[in-house]
Design a protein around this ligand. Structure first.
Ligand code: HEC
Length: 148
């Protein structure tokens, strides 16, 4: 009996959790992807510029050496050497996990900085998830700009 219970529990864990280095992320807590066809410039760029870019690209030095200036850098990630965005797979993308507060100590924006850098709302996270699921499209030549 004990054996059966253990394997059931392991099965449930395997469904709900995605391994991410030493961390485990409960991806069931992610907002579902928006059904909308996402337009990067209209839907996503303003969010990144307001909530992320101040620490990740607006200045010559970026936190965790993570620059979000363009698509290539945003996908690549920073000092962790882990891809931040896996195009086509929102639920597996650390950028989304961090922005949805699923990884302790890696909440983005950091919890104590949210007066200046607002946390993304559930609807905004649903858009970011859809944007990644739809291939993380980012028009050629578009660079993030510092928020006013
Ligand atoms: C106030 C500054 C600040 C803001 C705003 C901010 N971050 Fe961060 N970010 C950090 C710091 C500091 C770290 C390093 C945390 C650590 O490793 O302990 C980090 C690390 C990261 C990493 C990991 C990079 C790597 O490879 O190591 C990602 C991805 C990330 N942030 C995404 C975001 C996103 C997306 C937003 C906006 C929703 C955002 N951050 C907003 C400060 C910020």
């Amino acid at each position: 009996m004990k054996h059966i219970l253990t394997s059931c529990f392991a099965g449930v864990l395997a469904v709900g959790l995605t391994a991410m280095g030493a961390e485990t992320v409960d991806t069931t807590k992610l907002p579902s992807a928006s059904a909308k066809q996402v337009d990067f410039v209209k839907d996503i760029q303003p969010l990144f510029e307001k909530s992320c870019f101040g620490c990740h690209g607006a200045k010559p030095r970026a936190k965790a050496k993570y620059f979000m200036n363009n698509r290539e850098k945003t996908l690549a990630g920073g000092s962790s050497k882990e891809k931040a965005v896996i195009a086509g797979k929102g639920d597996q993308s650390p950028l989304l996990h961090f922005s949805a507060d699923l990884v302790e100590e890696m909440e983005m924006p950091p919890l104590d900085k949210r007066d200046n850098y607002p946390k993304l709302t559930k609807d905004q996270l649903a858009l970011v998830r859809a944007w990644i699921d739809q291939g993380a499209k980012w028009p050629e030549g578009v660079e993030l700009k510092a928020a006013p």
